[in-house]
Design a protein around this ligand. Structure first.
Ligand code: DON
Length: 304
């Protein structure tokens, strides 16, 4: 059996000595004050054993990682009709770019870029009675953890500076691909991005994507074929214009957020979450990517 604890500790030590830790996201002012020296890692294997090191129990803003969870919820509510409004191709563009959206008549390239996630948010606010609370409940139940919550300060901070997301939502509206009010949809979107979780909570939540759709309590949330599709999207689109690099270096489906978190998983084996707030130029956690490259190289485990 692989000694995950020992491997995580080796990774933790080597990451600790890195001096170039990337840059904390500043375009959401509330995120700018996070200590760049934080680092956490947590792995849950498919026997539900947990291994961790560093700041793995400290919560941070999961940001775009939430897009996978909103997609999973929307798919379970409206099914495959969802794909009429969002495509499944990598964009090769940064997460907040708008040029393709205009060229492609308001159909976002995929649900993991901002424009795509805003369409998913539109679907959720149409379907749910109390959208924010119902989404939170969905995540709390998957994670088996009622303490997971929004960070209202982060949501407010992003609303005040989210000019590109307002532009994306307005563009979607002009193409008829947003059914609800721009402000209403974005209020949901900013809240979903503000959810705070630790690496431990993230690894437990994303366990279902490595466990054929069954959550940590063994309850089935997603059909295996939908898990296949979501994992495929994480692999091809989870890191925006760095998805190729992540597949090349790490070789796992995964998703990043500008709070510095990354989750990744090896189907039927494990789910892993890292947190290091410093980002590289493409907006992905610099040391999180390095840590995961070491994990799959040291263990010789990847989807390839
Ligand atoms: O909409 C935004 O810009 C942020 N709430 C989320 C961006 C994000 O996390 C991109 N990920 N790497």
């Amino acid at each position: 059996m692989i000694d995950y604890q020992n491997i995580l500790h080796t990774i933790f030590k080597s990451i600790g000595s890195e001096t170039d830790r990337g840059t904390v996201a500043r375009y959401i002012p509330e995120l700018a004050n996070i200590d760049v020296h934080k680092f956490g890692i947590q792995l849950v294997d498919n026997e539900k054993r947990s291994f961790s090191d560093g700041d793995s129990d400290e919560v941070f803003s999961i940001q775009s990682i939430s897009k996978v969870l909103s997609l999973a919820m929307a798919l379970s509510l409206v099914g495959e009709d969802l794909w009429k409004r969002v495509d499944v191709e990598p964009s090769g563009d940064p997460f907040n770019h708008l040029s393709l959206l205009e060229k492609e008549n308001g159909i976002p390239r995929n649900p993991l870029i901002n424009a795509g996630a805003i369409v998913i948010a539109d679907i959720l606010v149409s379907q749910l009675e109390n959208p924010k609370q119902d989404f939170l409940k969905f995540i709390r139940n998957i994670a088996n953890d009622q303490s997971i919550d929004f960070d209202p300060k982060v949501a407010k901070s992003e609303k005040e500076t989210g000019f590109r997301n307002f532009a994306a939502a307005n563009l979607l509206k002009s193409y008829g691909n947003l059914r609800n009010d721009v402000d209403f949809v974005l209020d949901f979107y900013f809240h979903q991005c503000s959810i705070q979780m630790s690496c431990a909570q993230l690894a437990k939540t994303f366990f279902l994507f490595s466990n054929r759709g069954k959550c940590i309590r063994n309850q089935a949330y997603l059909d295996i074929n939908r898990v296949k599709r979501i994992n495929a999207l994480m692999l091809t689109c989870g890191f925006y214009d760095e998805a190729g690099e992540f597949a090349f270096e790490v070789g796992l489906p995964g998703k990043s957020g500008v709070g510095g978190g990354i989750v990744a998983l090896l189907p039927n084996k494990f789910c892993v979450a890292t947190w290091s707030p410093g980002l590289n130029k493409k907006g992905n956690s610099k040391l999180g990517m390095q840590a995961l490259e070491k994990l799959t190289s040291y263990t010789s485990q990847s989807i390839f």
